[in-house]
Write a protein that binds this ligand. Structure first.
Ligand SMILES: Cc1cc2nc3c(=O)[nH]c(=O)nc-3n(C[C@H](O)[C@H](O)[C@H](O)COP(=O)(O)OP(=O)(O)OC[C@H]3O[C@@H](n4cnc5c(N)ncnc54)[C@H](O)[C@@H]3O)c2cc1C
Length: 464
């Protein structure tokens, strides 16, 4: 295999001799899922849990976990920090339901991992949202107020000791919630694959969807032959606009870039970072970091490379081109340490206009379903996405079918080339704004204005 992200490489080394199944000839199934990431695998597992005799097949063009699911930051985050904007999108009642479910999902994933013996370093040690400059200090306040008003607030203001647990004096204040943690994402995907297979799901890797036709059953065309399926699910994440161009304007593919250090458990212990919590600052292009059980530190940073017309560029399959930016973030958070980087990598996040995912029936066809737009918050949310997809397939669980994220009218980004030009203009304005805030110097109001256009890209609701 060519260059691979650290997590995926690490997970695959433990399966050195695994041979992918080939597509049987004249294959028929009840549900064909395209995409072997978290969304596809959780959906398959949940379908089998509800109807054990359902014939479920997943086709994956590479290996399960080679997409975003095997290369993300592994930070388990909830929607609680975005309650105000979620509420604007789906209404308060549904937003509260989704936030509650996202918090519960963290623990359900951990329990599933434990019960199924998936070795993926799952540590539910919570999550810290910090302010790494004065300007970020009160950004979480509106979300916390709304959570409190609805008796749903789990965020606690960090006292000095709690702040020390973030490992860095750059975090000048923060909040902690027990509903969060970290995982080795590729090991979770590969573990889910094994569980799905043990439940009878057929998983065909290196099998690429090319087209489908017909109504019921559907004829699904792949590079390995055709599949006859009663339902088809697009769980292809960043590839959705390539496969189905009607989504071209609903998402923007933007890289998140990560660096992982060599093991250094003593240093982490010295920094009080010998735990599995996710630590995230409150800027639009977040800095986020977490540790691993073998004593590494992983730091990620969002909002770097925007791909023109949402093309799946080779740049997503290479070491990060933003190593200087990653090094700057490491130096900012850990100024007294010169960490030895083991690897850097990157991957495409599918940002929707609202910052929330969307689900629905493709071209109003009841048996063809899609998911997309997780916007960089998908480790936990794909578990909920699977509830939505299962409800749409099995036509049950109205609470998920009508959760507000299904078949809604989607907002559009502007057309190319304005989108990419605009994205870089805004990205650069955000960078200047955040640099000025870090240095406590004057922020140009034009940069503040431009930044307000993609406030939804942050993991915390921005006041603007
Ligand atoms: C670099 C990065 C960092 C991130 N960090 C975090 C984080 O710390 N916390 C968090 O909550 N979220 C994070 N995310 C978001 C999260 O990883 C995703 O939202 C989530 O993994 C989406 O899962 P998925 O199954 O929908 O997509 P994917 O894992 O991308 O799976 C889609 C699959 O579809 C396959 N596919 C595509 N086209 C075809 C085809 N034609 N035929 C067959 N198969 C096909 C792909 O190969 C891929 O494996 C991050 C994302 C990125 C890119």
């Amino acid at each position: 295999m060519q260059f691979q992200p650290f997590w995926f490489d690490n997970a695959m080394q433990e399966e050195a001799n695994a041979l992918p199944l080939s597509l049987p000839t004249k294959h028929h199934c009840d549900v064909c899922i395209i995409g072997g990431g978290f969304t596809g695998l959780w959906t398959a597992i949940k379908l089998k849990q509800q109807q054990a005799n359902l014939k479920v097949t997943i086709i994956e063009k590479g290996y399960c976990g080679q997409g975003a699911s095997g290369r993300n930051g592994g930070a388990m985050l909830t929607w609680s920090t975005k309650l105000p904007s979620l509420s604007k999108l789906v209404g308060l009642e549904k937003a509260l339901f989704l936030v509650k479910e996202s918090e519960s999902a963290v623990h359900q994933i951990a329990e599933f991992v434990r019960q199924n013996g998936i070795d993926c370093d799952c540590r539910i040690d919570g999550c810290y949202y910090t302010a790494s400059n004065e300007a970020q200090k009160h950004l979480l306040a509106p979300a916390i107020k709304m959570l409190e008003d609805n008796n749903l607030n789990a965020w606690q203001h960090c006292d000095t000791q709690a702040l020390i647990n973030t490992g860095s004096a750059a975090n000048i204040s923060g909040h902690y919630s027990p509903h969060g943690g970290s995982i080795q994402p590729a090991k979770l995907v590969r573990g889910l694959k094994q569980v799905a297979e043990s439940l009878g799901v057929k998983i065909i890797e290196q099998c690429q969807y090319t087209a489908h036709s017909g109504q019921s059953p559907l004829n699904v065309e792949t590079n390995q032959g055709n599949i006859c399926a009663n339902h088809l699910v697009f769980a292809v994440n960043a590839w959705l606009p390539t496969l189905k161009p009607q989504f071209q304007r609903n998402i923007v593919l933007v890289s998140s870039d990560m660096a992982i250090t060599k093991p250094m458990p003593e240093t982490l212990a010295h920094l009080s970072l010998n735990h599995g919590a996710a630590i995230i600052d409150s800027r639009i292009f977040v800095n986020y970091y977490r540790t691993t059980t073998d004593g590494r530190l992983m730091l990620g940073k969002g909002g770097n490379y925007f791909s023109f017309a949402n093309r799946m560029s080779d740049k997503f399959e290479q070491p990060s081109r933003y190593q200087t930016l990653l090094n700057n973030s490491l130096s900012r958070f850990f100024p007294n340490h010169n960490f030895e980087i083991d690897r850097t990598w990157t991957g495409p996040s599918d940002r929707s206009v609202t910052g929330f995912p969307f689900f629905g029936h493709l071209n109003n066809q009841a048996n063809v379903i899609y998911a997309g737009g997780y916007s960089g918050n998908g480790v936990v949310q794909s578990f909920l996405g699977a509830n939505i997809l299962c409800a749409l397939i099995l036509k049950n669980a109205p609470v998920w079918q009508h959760c507000g994220l299904v078949n809604q009218a989607l907002d559009n980004f502007v057309v190319e080339p304005f989108r990419t030009v605009g994205a870089y203009l805004i990205r650069n304005a955000i960078r200047r704004k955040e640099r000025a805030e870090d240095n406590n110097t004057h922020v140009n109001p034009i940069d503040t204005y431009l930044a307000s256009f993609i406030g939804s890209a942050g993991k915390v609701d921005m006041k603007s």
